[in-house]
Design a binder for this molecule. Sequence first.
Ligand SMILES: [Zn+2]
Length: 353
Amino acid sequence: MGLKSSVDPCSRLMKSFLHQCGGSAVIDGGLATELERHGANLNDPLWSAKCLISSPHLITRVHLDYLAAGANIIISASYQATLQGFEAKGLSTVEGEALLKKSVQIACEARDIYYDRATKGSSWDISSGDAITTTKPRPILVAASVGSYGAYLADGSEYRFGIYGDNINLETLKDFHRRRVQVLAESGADLIAFETIPNKLEAKAYAELLEEEAMNIPAWFSFVSKDGMNVASGDSIEDCALIADSCEQVIAVGINCTPPRYIHGLIQSIQRVTSKPILVYPNSGETYDADRKEWVASKGVSDVDFVSYVGKWHEAGASLIGGCCRTTPNTITAISKALSSRSNSGENQMETL
Ligand SMILES: [Zn+2]
């Protein structure tokens, strides 16, 4: 199923998707860190997008693992895939654009494979030899990832400072992102996931691009915070969420790659300024050392701890919940179970959607 329609407003479509999911939807977990766990070496300016060239089969495998774990939304491997980054590797614009599209194709193919397996089920009609459909497939969306300008810089800017200096302004950011977003908007994805947005300026650049280029695709805006009150640059989360709120194509607003302990307060702040659905997909709580390009394990939370937050986040108003860096298919299985047990026990808040 898709979210695109020229008739219905984007927001109504998101609400209907959530309704079909039983009131809340499961986002997948960390993609890049899961690729690494499977042996990929992502110590490269392209990070997970390196696998688009070197090991696309691994990306398929991780998407399939997240689908098996219960994800309703899988996010493509384009977080750090930029035309500028591909060019620095000696690739042409045509080749770069093909790789962007490939990231979405891989996710769509994984969904097809998953649906195919799920609809066939495991039973067979002995007399005819036909497969008997035993499972009703759940709705699954493919989100095309767009990482921030800081992600392209590949120095952890989006976390560390969140601001890009005097040379970067609204127009520079729009110019930087324009073609990539246009290509992804035409790639067959159901929505664009603007991830790890570290400041107001970049949110504004995305909102203006979506409107000015009349891109016919819904989007979500997801911010990153290091203190539970502001986004990484120090801009307030409310100001950022307001920009998302005023953009018609934005179907959900939230937070990703932020420690679980900050999420509850951030949901409350976002809720004060928007009635759009709220999404959260925190990281494991570990810290990323951008100089050494590795995660420092000391402050992480276990899957059990992570999942103990899920009910609270849902109660506070988040209707799309998943995981970001260093979360795994196990985390997503646990989130999926936690959300469906809430929905089965009648605790989900359908009336608020
Ligand atoms: Zn992350």
